[in-house]
Design a binder for this molecule. Structure first.
Ligand code: FA5
Length: 344
């Protein structure tokens, strides 16, 4: 007789135990029970045996065949079961709510800018915008700050690397005041506008100075506009933004494009006026420059300065955000630290 049945049995059962998938199971079936399988060949070989021997060996081979077929069925069940288990473990509940997305929010400078603009819109101002890359003519010349005038030192300037006639006529605007002239060139009085926008200065930074800041320029031109209108408007503005308990003070200041010129200061939120690092030991924080539009500028855009007068102001939005929220150092606003920004 061919292979001993006991060997087939032990090998078949060992091989079946190692089977891990449907394909391997089918290969096992073909190897042992298929038409040319090992056990099938043994059964076929029985025909040549003498009757007595054939009966005994045949019975034994058929028992093994049945045993292997039963084991095959059991293995099939086991495999089907483990696939179902794996699927169940992997199940995704599509009805579950997703993980919460972190909510973004407006930058504190943007929040303050919107509140400032809302105030001026509420009292009848229009909002206009202008270029951040500006001509020397609008940033300085048209504002009575000619080349070589010492007043240029008030604005440390970032010049654009472009030359014309041996000079550099373009810059990153140092303030929003160039829009005063641009607006007046294109409009007739009455004018009531506010101009928000970024400004840039070649400046060493400290707790109240950044090299980039957002200003809001204001310009009012009409018949009979007075210094009283300027002070009334800006005092009301300060009360609305900071609350009535904050102290404000106007102080004389010089800007070549206004006459008279002044600055508006708010008492320091940190020291309450005692003097500290944030307010440079003065007890006050300057938030804006202002004044009556210089008559020469009104004339230069073709207005009759006997008939029309106006006031202008330019405020730093970061300084206002600092005062409102008690921020000690302006540089925190643009350090992009979410632990800081997430508080507002
Ligand atoms: C000006 O820029 C004038 N154009 C303001 C003006 C407009 C005067 C109209 C008269 C009429 P000044 O350089 O002082 O002025 O800046 C105005 C405000 O911008 C300051 O009060 C301050 O709030 C803010 N500011 C100025 N420089 C910086 C800076 N480096 N960082 C942050 N804020 C600044």
């Amino acid at each position: 007789m061919n292979e001993p049945l006991s060997e087939i049995e032990s090998q078949a059962l060992r091989a079946l135990a190692a089977v891990g998938g449907d394909e391997a199971l089918e290969a096992w079936r073909v190897a042992y029970l298929g038409r040319r399988g090992r056990l099938t060949l043994v059964l076929r070989g029985l025909a040549g045996l003498p009757l007595e021997e054939r009966r005994n060996a045949g019975a034994a081979a058929n028992r093994l065949k049945q045993q292997l077929e039963t084991a095959l069925e059991a293995k099939k069940d086991q495999l089907a079961h483990s696939v179902a288990e794996a699927l169940a473990a992997d199940r995704v509940d599509v009805t579950l709510p997703g993980p919460p997305l972190p909510a973004g929010r407006l930058h504190p400078t943007t929040q303050t800018l919107r509140d400032v603009l809302d105030y001026f819109i509420s009292i009848g101002f229009q909002v206009v915008e202008g270029p951040e890359v500006e001509w020397d003519r609008y940033n300085f010349e048209a504002l009575r700050i000619p080349r070589d005038h010492p007043a240029r030192d008030m604005w440390d300037t970032l010049w654009i690397d472009y030359e014309r006639d041996g000079e550099r006529p373009m810059l990153l605007r140092t303030h929003t005041s160039p829009m005063q002239v641009r607006v007046m060139e294109q409009t007739e009085p009455p004018i009531r506008v506010v101009v928000p926008g970024r400004c840039y200065r070649y400046e060493a930074t400290d707790p109240t100075h950044e090299w980039m800041m957002v200003q809001v320029e204001g310009l009012v031109v009409d018949e009979g506009v007075s210094l009283g209108d300027l002070k009334g408007t800006l005092t009301d503005f300060a009360r609305r933004i900071f609350g009535p308990e904050r102290r404000t003070a106007f102080r004389c200041d010089y800007f070549p494009f206004v006459e008279p010129g002044m600055e508006l200061r708010i008492d320091c939120f940190l020291c309450g006026g005692e003097g500290c690092r944030t307010c440079s030991r003065t007890g006050w924080i300057e938030i804006l420059g202002a004044g009556m539009v210089h008559p020469e500028i009104l004339e230069s855009v073709g207005y009759d300065s006997e008939k029309y007068t106006g006031f202008a102001f330019g405020m730093g939005i970061e300084r206002i955000a600092m005062l409102r929220h008690g921020i000690e150092d302006i540089r925190l606003l643009y350090a992009n630290d979410l632990r800081f920004l997430g508080q507002f």
